[in-house]
Ligand binder design. Structure first.
Ligand code: SF4
Length: 96
């Protein structure tokens, strides 16, 4: 399951820094918003991952890491951090 995880950032990030402070290997926050780091993604692209929906690279998250990601997402003040469990059924993921 952790190797099938997709994380993306919806519109509306307020650059509070919460996610990066807790998981700097995955999140990068700048004045332009929050992105998912390229070296954490299979497509090696740094962006919000809204359009690409790239999977995380194998080994980036273990099962405990997924739980921690949910904690981070729940703590986002504007609730824009999304995990693959939020993808509606039937939507294909890239790079499966
Ligand atoms: S926790 Fe949410 S609002 Fe704060 S930097 Fe991360 S994505 Fe943006």
């Amino acid at each position: 399951m952790p190797d099938k995880t997709v994380i993306w950032i919806d519109e509306g990030c307020i650059q509070c820094g919460w996610c990066q402070n807790l998981e700097p290997a995955i999140f990068f926050v700048s004045q332009h918003g929050c992105v998912i780091r390229s070296d954490a993604r299979r497509d090696i692209t740094q962006s919000e991952n809204r359009d690409e929906r790239s999977l995380l690279r194998p080994g980036v998250l273990d099962a405990e890491g997924v739980v921690f990601m949910r904690f981070i997402a729940d703590g986002c003040p504007v609730q824009v951090i999304k995990l693959s469990a939020d993808i509606p059924e039937g939507v294909l993921l890239q790079n499966l």
